[in-house]
Design a protein around this ligand. Sequence first.
Ligand SMILES: [Zn+2]
Length: 368
Amino acid sequence: MKEQNHTPKHDLFVFDAHCDTVHDLVDPTSDFKKRTGGHLDLQRSQKGGLQAQIFALYVNPIYAPHQALKKALILYQTLEKKIFTPGYGTKVTCTTEMDHALKNNILACWLSLEGGHIIENSIDILELFRSLGIRCLTLTHSKNTDWADSSGDSPRWDGLNTLGKRIVTRMQETHMIIDVSHASDKTVESVLEVTHTPIMASHSNARALCNIPRNLPDTLIKEIAQRHGYIGVNFFPVFLKKTIYDQASRNVQQYEQQHQEILRQKAGDPDFISKAESDLFQKYVIGNDPVDITALIDHIDHIITIGGIDCVGLGSDFDGINSTPTNLPDVSAYPTLADELTGRGYTTKETQKIMGLNLYHFLKQFDP
Ligand SMILES: [Zn+2]
């Protein structure tokens, strides 16, 4: 589709590449129409102009090796029950379906799996998720899988091993989107070597501005962009500024003592450990300095300088992070971000690209 044929309802078309909202919706008391707390629900989406969202089915690696698949299926069913069945949003698997949802003013919901441990080393299970309409797999979360190294773990495979290479090759053949957020640099390099398809880093920032392994170095930003890929900037202050990351790291030392105790007492109960980890994360993985949208736009600026205006967009990580830039508390504040981009000198067209059109055009490359 040519750009001018795409007619979003509002001038501001907002499309974000990553949120963990489904994880919170599993709670039986949680209603997507209007939630207490959290970052994303129907009412706030409408207020902020959010028209399309990639919803991650995030499963804590603690569920590996044999309970992650069940957890992912429960998350999938939660989306069905809490968002699709009441008609708050509709599942989309290509931009034609997305156009249809946008025309009918229904939230267009893309689905992704986060991370690779969920498929239990099976290409058949990967293909099963593909047939359920899940278009994207984040290769790792914060731990290595049996076939790919994570940026949050010690190197085990030097990137992708033989199985990992088979998995990404199969993803390319079946037009599944390879998401390299959380993966180690070596893993991203392996993906770039083995495949020729555009790839995405759905929720990653620039390492040049915040020097942590979880962020992307300029070399990889450049390669992803040259391949017509996509980089969604993550709103988490801990990934925006190294000083905040360092503050959070110091707080985590407290977390670690309690964490080890929980792992000892509750080994074999991933539901308990996952909930406890999430509570500890909420409490401790937090910095002391306030951050506003300026810091986020610094990352957008940098990625554009390295990769050009067409490769960057949103990867909020809403509902997966415990703090946000002060003037971007939830999805209802997206117009503030658009205003600030314009204030930083971006044209209307450029602002629209960053707020959603770049992601739309990235995904269009995978249409059947
Ligand atoms: Zn993530």
